[in-house]
Design a protein around this ligand. Structure first.
Ligand code: FAD
Length: 318
């Protein structure tokens, strides 16, 4: 089942409950993911997202004991995990796919693998550069997510990069893209960011999932601004509960977002991460209830593997 159909066919009067997971770190078992998902199944998730991670520079120990920098794919396995989760839980899985670290031909092969495995939901993203502050595309790769959307749309029309083969299978992917209520960190301003977002939608994206935000006003203003520039597709809010005391130092610079003063003040009073998590859960419940009351199409939670927090929130909201 495609995400866009799940959204359009939802007649429950409640937003869809969905969440995002990261693949396990290389060398760890998929069981860890199952342990994160199992406690959330009772809330009837409409679909599950699995993130995609390109190689990054890491210090690795050489055979002679010395250290050297090497490109390592720390969290491989997105495509295989997407298929494994779909088979185990019989719930649609959205496989994230990025431009970073890969070229067009490799992307085409990944899309073919996803099609063979029956995974027909993709979140098309650019990814961040792992080697410099600025995003540098691979040779014969893409510079932005709208180019990736175009490739997927072309495959849905039976148009592949290899043009000399006839009767090519038309894939049937539903495509989601990312949107930024507080403006993407590299964007010149909201106006240009919205123009590029509209380009992704005009090229064929079915829906938008937002970057995390902690003040719902950013989401409501963003949806209004999107509608004003002619973006009509569903916009799913992506939210994350604060899960550690240090989140108040890390999240703002990492994602170029703002944390409300009231939330920061509450977290600052905490003496342990456990206390900070409790504050985060309460805040996220409040956020979720307000968004649900406003009629959002879904509530998408960034779990970072911490399903206990999400379970407490889901109990109150769904
Ligand atoms: P784009 O839409 O390409 O935009 C990137 C920047 O370029 C923006 O500033 C935009 O304004 C600008 N831009 C866009 N098009 C053009 C153009 N034609 N010309 C000039 N400028 C342009 N990262 C991962 O590595 N793996 C994941 O699994 C992952 N999942 C994510 C899920 C969600 C819901 C979100 C919100 C983000 C996720 N990310 C993930 C992070 C994402 O890859 C980064 O935020 C990245 O910096 C931008 O990706 P994008 O798809 O929004 O890029």
């Amino acid at each position: 089942m495609k995400v866009i159909d799940l959204i359009n066919n939802n007649k429950t009067g409640k937003p869809l409950f969905t969440f995002e997971l990261l693949p396990p770190v290389k060398g760890h078992s998929i069981e860890k993911l199952y342990k994160s998902i199992d406690p959330l199944i009772e809330f009837d998730p409409a679909y599950i997202n699995i993130t995609y991670h390109q190689s990054e520079m890491m210090e690795v120990v050489q055979s002679d004991g010395s250290l050297a920098n090497r490109l390592v794919r720390k969290r491989p396995g997105t495509v295989a995990i997407a298929a494994a989760l779909q088979n185990k839980y019989n719930i649609p899985v959205v496989s994230h796919l990025i431009c970073g670290g890969t070229n067009k031909d490799e992307t085409e092969d990944t899309l073919i693998d996803l099609n063979f495995l029956g995974v027909d939901n993709i979140l098309a993203l650019r990814g961040d550069s792992k080697r410099s502050a600025e995003f540098i595309p691979e040779k014969n790769g893409y510079s932005n997510a709208s180019e990736l959307v175009e490739q997927i749309v072309n495959m849905n029309a039976g148009k592949y990069l290899t043009k000399d083969i006839f009767d090519m299978l038309k894939t049937d992917f539903s495509i989601g893209v990312a949107g930024y209520p507080e403006v993407h960190k590299e964007a010149v301003d909201m106006k240009s960011d919205l123009e590029f977002l509209k380009m992704k939608v005009d090229k064929g994206a079915d829906y938008i999932v937002t970057q995390m935000f902690f003040d719902n006003k950013y989401y409501f203003d963003f949806v209004k601004a999107c509608r004003e520039v002619g973006i009509t597709v569903p916009i799913i809010p992506g939210i994350k509960p604060i899960s550690a005391m240090n989140d108040i130092n890390l999240l703002e610079p990492t994602f170029k977002i703002h944390l409300p003063e009231e939330l920061v003040a509450e977290v600052k009073k905490c003496k342990t991460n456990r206390e900070a998590r409790a504050v985060g859960v309460e805040w996220c419940i409040k956020q979720s209830k307000e968004l649900a009351a406003a009629g959002v199409p879904g509530l998408h939670y960034y779990t970072l593997g911490m399903s206990r927090n999400i379970k407490r929130i889901a109990k109150e909201v769904f």
